[in-house]
Design a protein around this ligand. Structure first.
Ligand code: SIN
Length: 521
């Protein structure tokens, strides 16, 4: 991918985000016009360890994968979207293999399939043991490099969508480290696809990289798009606990026999769920939370010591090496883990082809809510979602946006209107302080376990902070902070609005009958 642009830029399609969903969409769009893929960093996809769930033997497994996904989603999935994902997954994997993706295989050449929580059978493809996201992104990038109409702009922050007469006509880009209207670039496009990932940085501890600031969700809301299921934030049960960095220990470790023990050394999962360590992710995360509270500890232990050292290093090379660098030997001692914010099941409301209700705006991957995850995502369904719905979104852009070119005049006029609303400069101390307080407020009041009073207090603080926060779409740090506040408000409002707990939205003030049902399901 190549191409250096100077203002004014006009492209047919602007794709925001360079992870699996964005790259898959760009490749599908190739041949239908110029495509500019913009990214501010590497994103979350490259960090994905566990794998990609797929019903390769569709006749034997398609129905079961659908059932497992719906059951994990606790009644909140959109069955039509789940059906599409399960049915179209095998073809997307075949494409990836044709583009050079190397998935791990058994000695006989068959795919090596892993099992993770809440899957009724082994169906998870992996690469490099625990480096699946990295390999998929590598293969997609290599394929995108072969397409002359896909261009790439790294290290650029997309700060705002440009809207003219109810239609998205482009976006504002800021080069990394730049601020000021003079450094901003206007991109006019026939359509914009958000594939910008999640918002884990809303919380104090998260498995997500620092770039996961919910930019796409917040921009879309400001532009007038609708959000959905924002109350459903998935906490991954096993992330390295304080004082270590929040590095993910894949669910596949429990799939290979890892056991969770509390501070007293007791294996506790049997007391919480018949599937024990392989219960749905929200159940495991809450069980850990309860044990931490009961034992007064800031973590539980993930014990892998029953597996031979050599097998552990072969199966989980990235995890074993990262832990070793931190002085933790996964083969000889249990590892301290605690739940951390991991994945947004909600996001910008889209149809099964990534269309939002706003003309010219599409969304796919974690930034979008297609309804496949419901209240609790099934492990390793996120890469599959990105592949399937990324391709579907690319197809929809190609189909919908043929009749007109990019409207540079409308984009520049919309940019002028934004510039007129600017209130900056925003003091750096305000950005840092607001972000730190927000992460604590969300962790304490709108986290894994919530209640009405705590969430109402959180909402009051967020709304006050938003009212006091100057608007400056030409300052990337300030806009990322504004985006975090905006996403936090959407999560908190949605969580307050859903009075009954379900899946990842667990309310300690739910009535006893509903609470017992949620705990038992
Ligand atoms: C994991 O490997 O546990 C994370 C994969 C996922 O979030 O599905």
């Amino acid at each position: 991918m190549k191409g250096v642009y100077t203002q004014p830029m006009e492209v047919d399609f602007l794709v925001v985000g360079c992870g699996v969903a964005g790259l898959q969409a760009a490749i599908t769009l190739s041949g239908h016009g110029t495509i500019l893929v913009v990214s501010k960093g590497d994103g979350c996809s490259t960090l994905a360890q566990g794998g990609v769930a797929v019903a390769l033997d569709e006749s034997a497994d398609g129905g079961l994968h659908l059932e497992d996904t719906l059951r994990a989603g606790k009644g909140e999935c959109d069955p039509e979207a789940v059906g599409l994902m399960v049915r179209e997954g095998p073809q997307r994997i075949a494409d990836l293999v044709a583009w050079g993706a190397c998935f791990d295989r058994e000695a006989d050449g068959a795919f090596a399939l892993a099992r993770e929580a809440a899957h009724s059978r082994r169906r998870i493809l992996r690469a490099g043991g625990d480096a699946t996201g990295r390999e998929i992104v590598r293969a997609l990038r290599a394929e995108a490099e072969t397409r002359a109409d896909i261009h790439w702009l790294a290290d650029h922050f997309v700060s705002e969508l440009l809207v003219s007469e109810g239609r998205v006509v482009g976006a504002v880009l800021l080069p990394a480290g730049a601020s000021g209207a003079g450094r901003a670039r206007v991109v006019a496009a026939r359509a914009v696809l958000l594939a910008s990932g999640g918002a884990g940085q809303v919380y104090r501890r998260t498995s997500n990289p620092p770039t996961a600031t919910g930019d796409g969700i917040a921009m879309a809301e400001r532009a007038g798009a609708e959000l959905r299921h924002m109350e459903f934030v998935q906490f991954h049960p096993t992330v390295l606990a304080d004082p270590y960095p929040p590095f993910l220990l894949s669910e596949a470790m429990r799939g290979e026999g890892g056991v969770l023990c509390n501070e007293r050394g007791e294996a506790f999962m049997a007391r919480y769920h018949p599937q024990r360590e392989l219960a749905p992710r929200d159940d495991v995360a809450r069980a850990i939370w309860s044990e931490m509270a009961a034992t007064g500890s800031a973590h539980v232990w993930l014990d892998m010591t029953q597996l031979p050292r050599e097998a552990l290093w072969r199966r989980f090379p990235t995890i074993a090496a990262t832990c070793a660098q931190l002085g933790l030997d996964i083969a000889s001692r249990p590892i301290p883990v605690a739940p951390s914010a991991h994945f947004m099941m909600g996001g910008v409301r889209v149809d099964p082809s990534g269309r939002t209700a706003l003309p010219g705006l599409y969304a796919t991957g974690e930034v979008a809510c297609s309804g496949v995850h419901g209240a609790n995502r099934l492990a390793s369904n996120s890469l599959l979602e990105a592949l399937v719905f990324g391709a579907r979104a690319g197809g929809a852009l190609a189909q919908d946006c043929g009749g007109h070119g990019p409207d540079g005049g409308a984009a520049r006029a919309a940019f002028g209107r934004l510039a007129a609303r600017r209130q900056g400069p925003v003091p750096r101390e305000l950005v840092d302080e607001t972000r730190g307080i927000l992460q604590n407020v969300m962790w304490d009041q709108v986290g894994l376990v919530r209640n009405g009073q705590g969430m109402a207090n959180a909402l009051a603080w967020i709304e006050g902070a938003l009212a006091d926060f100057p608007y400056d779409p030409f300052d990337a740090d300030a806009t990322a902070c504004l985006n975090l506040l905006t996403v936090a408000r959407a999560i908190t409002r949605a969580a307050l609005g859903r009075t009954r707990g379900v899946g990842a939205h667990f309310r300690s003030d739910d009535d006893p009958v509903a609470g017992a049902t949620a705990r038992a399901s």
